[in-house]
Ligand binder design. Structure first.
Ligand code: 4LM
Length: 349
């Protein structure tokens, strides 16, 4: 099998990409990084490198939609089946793995429910049957969580989000713990071809320079906004690991050094109220994606997780009135005012 040369042809390797890849490998603590043209480029290359016909996958029930669709709508065509587990109960991963399980796939915190997976438990379950563990670390970033230190084999990112940080580039990355798995993933990547352009690699590399500072500021704003929302009478429940009321707070504290800036919350009124809220904000922007300096809001049931069936949404924990917020770096008082006004408008009869 060929391995990635230093500089030969940009789909195979490029010095600007290599600079980004080495920085990402340092941040996550892995042997090698691989920069890709999107998060899905990294995710699909990594997953397809780990499974063969007849294999079984165990994956968390709450994931970014396109990742779910790889497991539900693509892998079955190649004879690979997936069991989805609620990642929260103790022992969930251990009881789902089988002798033919080759891959355990986790996303923690999960998009958009903020469910936390016990990384140690998922890795132990995978190892008990000789499977590989892949972890999507997009929401946490290596500033707040380093899954490779818990025994995960490769970490995946949508670098479109916090790593780039400015909502001006689509990119992805994998950071792989050991050279041997890197070689397998690189080989798949080389054939599928989700290459990142060198200029986009430069933009992500530039974004990394402010990543630690941005994540601290994002986290401070998110904590304040989560507490504000929790006290608001239009809001039923807020999902944010920094809140005392968050059921998995102690697990989050054990494996994360900060809680990031993704929040989801349920409005009292359901689907219509959720849609009306996201359409009523003014300082925040109604849009999918996340991780930029501007606050974004979206309604998963009608937007990011709209492609799922009703049953798939139910299993994923996505309720009709759920709203997702990517908390940006605006003045917090402007956000309080904006959210309060939009919440009042959405719940007015
Ligand atoms: C969104 N997310 O949620 P690319 N992993 C996670 C993600 O949230 C995403 C991807 C991978 C959203 C995009 C529209 C946890 C994407 C996929 O879009 O391929 O870079 O990342 O709003």
């Amino acid at each position: 099998m060929a391995t990635a040369p230093e500089a030969y042809y940009t789909r195979w390797g490029n010095p600007t990409l290599r600079d980004l890849e080495d920085s990402l490998a340092d941040l996550e603590g892995g042997a090698r990084g691989l920069a890709t043209g999107s998060g899905m480029g990294a995710i699909s290359s990594a997953i397809l490198s780990c499974v063969d016909e007849g294999d079984h996958v165990v994956a968390g029930a709450s994931l970014y939609t396109a990742t779910t669709e790889i497991f539900t709508r693509m892998l079955p065509r190649f004879g690979v089946t997936t069991t989805f587990v609620d990642p929260r109960p103790r022992g969930a991963w251990r009881s789902a793995v089988r002798p033919e399980t080759r891959l355990v796939y986790i996303e923690t915190p999960a998009n958009p429910t903020m469910m936390i997976t016990d990384i140690h438990e998922a890795v132990a379950a995978a190892r008990s049957v000789g499977a590989v563990t892949l972890a999507d670390n997009t929401f946490a970033t290596p500033i707040n969580q380093r899954p490779l230190e818990f025994g995960v084999d490769a970490v995946l990112h949508s670098a479109t989000k916090y790593l780039g940080g400015h909502a001006d580039v689509v990119a992805g990355a994998a950071v792989i713990a050991r050279q041997r798995l890197f070689d397998r993933i690189w080989f798949t990547y080389k054939l599928l071809g989700p290459t990142l352009g060198p200029f986009e690699a430069f933009l992500v590399r530039r974004g990394l320079k402010t990543l630690p500072l941005r994540m601290v500021a994002h986290g401070t704003n998110a904590q304040a906004l989560a507490e504000f929302l929790e006290d608001h009478r239009a809001v039923k429940v807020v999902h944010y690991p920094g809140l005392k009321s968050f059921p998995q707070r102690s697990l989050a504290r054990k494996q994360m050094s900060g809680f990031g800036a993704m929040i989801s919350f349920e409005l009292k009124g359901g689907y219509r109220t959720g849609k009306r809220f996201v359409e009523s904000v003014d300082v925040a922007t109604l849009a999918v994606s996340l991780g930029g300096v501007e606050t974004l809001v979206q309604h998963p049931a009608s937007m990011t997780h709209g492609p799922l069936t009703d049953e798939e949404r139910r299993v994923s924990g996505i309720t009709e009135g759920l709203v997702r917020v990517s908390v940006g770096l605006e003045d917090i008082d402007d956000l309080f005012e904006d959210f309060d006004r939009a919440l009042r408008k959405a719940t007015r009869r």
